[in-house]
Design a binder for this molecule. Structure first.
Ligand SMILES: [Zn+2]
Length: 243
């Protein structure tokens, strides 16, 4: 199948993409865990960019309180399963992108199967148990993982690749305090920026451009400032360490 030169013209014109890069994207599969505030912009941008296949996983239904920031949904989607609503809206955006849905929560086997089919994984979930399970499965399957999180006026993103530090090297056994956006609040554009960055990092990783792996990018949405920290690999990490 040939590439739709007109649809993707603004990115094909980039020297770093070109027709070859566009074909690479068309031949790629991304798994997106969680289609909420982060997964909405991430899935929209990846579908728009012409990824060949997106696998979506989520467990929720569209709630009125989601519409403030979860931009893949419309008011008409209220009460629908998020997977059905997101799949319809992503197909409407780009019929060339194959959308598959895996109702969550995925058990260990389901997660391993979904990650096994993906070239890259985007963790857009909102809880630490899921993040740790996704990380461990990505490490075992040697798949790159784009991790993102946002709350209040803060966001963070990191790309983890095989052989480098993993999410558990950074956050140890349990992660930070498990606050939720329901309790702590968040502005829509804050998750929008972080979700869009996850799509950007995923596209760059698939194209083999940029140098994002092993760094934690922290965003202060009040000051509009970014901080970048190198993540050290923990040789005693229970997920990627040698023990
Ligand atoms: Zn590790």
């Amino acid at each position: 199948m040939s590439v739709d030169l007109q649809r993707y013209s603004r990115q094909i014109v980039l020297r770093e993409v070109g027709v070859n890069g566009q074909s690479l994207l068309r031949d790629s599969t991304a798994l997106i865990i969680g289609i909420g505030g982060l997964g909405s912009p991430a899935s929209l941008y990846l579908a728009g960019a012409g990824l060949g296949r997106l696998i979506l996983s989520d467990r929720d239904h569209v709630d009125r309180s989601n519409l403030q920031r979860q931009i893949v949904y419309r008011s008409a989607d209220l009460g629908r399963a998020k997977l059905d609503a997101a799949a319809d809206n992503l197909r409407a955006l780009n019929p060339e992108c194959v959308i598959e849905t895996r109702p969550g929560p995925l058990d260990e086997a389901g997660l391993a199967a979904a990650i096994g089919e993906a070239d890259i994984v985007l963790d857009c979930s909102d809880n630490f148990p899921t993040r740790f399970a996704v990380n461990a499965t990505c490490v075992a399957a040697r798949k790159p993982l784009v991790s993102g999180a946002a709350i209040r006026f803060e966001g963070q993103i990191a790309l983890f690749v095989p052989g480098g530090p993993c999410y558990a090297c950074l956050f140890g056994e349990h992660g930070e305090a498990t606050e939720t956006c329901e309790e702590a609040g968040v502005l829509g554009p804050v998750v929008g920026v972080i979700g869009a960055m996850q799509a950007l990092i995923a596209i760059k990783a698939l194209l083999g451009i940029g140098d994002d792996a092993g760094r934690l990018q922290l965003w202060d949405a009040l000051k509009l400032s970014w901080r970048r920290l190198n993540i050290a690999r923990d040789p005693r990490c229970r997920v990627c360490g040698s023990n």
